[in-house]
Ligand binder design. Structure first.
Ligand code: ATP
Ligand code: MG
Length: 198
């Protein structure tokens, strides 16, 4: 049987407990051998706001996954030029053809998938797992309309909804509020030591 690999893409500005939890839920539910965290170097959907330099986001993600043998990190989107299109990443990972790829996301990402770079091609190369995200209900009819038969490659996974976002965490830091128990302790420490988001 082909090895099942989870792909956890994100901006991770910063990585938080919901990123870890949905990856763990997906790993267990879909019997994934591992989950590969891939910080986006130049996220196509976040052109509007300043993003924390890649090396900080990479380091925080590394700290966040430490201690979980099934989780690893790749800098492949940094090694590539131009916007970090998931299609190019998945094409690169799918090339050896010996594994089944499962792109792990929250439902907000599934609902926006039609705006991604060549989403149909992407859907033909990997499965998507859309996990529960509070405030982002699934719109099945839109998925049918946008992707037709390829919509079957989107799986839904009910997980305990965690209302955590990087946006909210950045805002809390900016206001001098606590982010304890929203991010791993090592990430909290890194944000403090590096003076991020102030
Ligand atoms: P931002 O607020 O900056 O957009 P974020 O919290 O949405 O940050 P991202 O790095 O944008 O985090 O998200 C990476 C992936 O993790 C996306 O697929 C997103 O849907 C998913 N995700 C993030 N937070 C949650 C959450 N609380 N529940 C479910 N999925 C989530
Ligand atoms: Mg987001």
């Amino acid at each position: 049987m082909a090895k099942r690999v989870g792909i956890m893409g994100g901006t991770f500005d910063p990585p938080h407990l919901a990123h870890l939890r949905i990856s763990e839920e997906a790993r267990e539910a879909f019997r994934l051998e591992c989950a590969l965290f891939i910080p986006a170097a130049d996220p196509p959907h976040k052109q509007g706001r300043p993003i924390t330099p890649y090396h900080h986001r990479y380091r925080m993600t590394e700290l966040a996954i430490a201690g979980n043998d099934a989780f690893s990190i790749s800098d492949m989107e940094k090694r590539r030029e131009g916007p970090s299109y998931s299609l190019l990443t998945i094409q690169e990972l799918a090339a050896p053809g010996d594994k089944e790829l499962y792109f792990i996301t929250g439902m907000d990402s599934i609902n926006e998938l039609h705006t991604w770079y060549h989403p149909k091609e992407l859907l033909s190369l990997c499965h998507f797992i859309g996990t529960t995200r509070p405030g982002d209900p699934v719109d099945q009819s839109a998925l049918q309309r946008d992707f037709g038969a390829l919509a079957k490659n989107i799986d839904f996974l009910e997980v305990p909804g965690l209302e955590i976002s990087s946006t909210d965490i950045r805002e809390r830091v900016r206001r001098g509020r606590s982010i304890r128990y929203l991010v791993p302790q090592a990430v909290e420490r890194y944000i403090r030591e590096e003076g991020l988001y102030t």
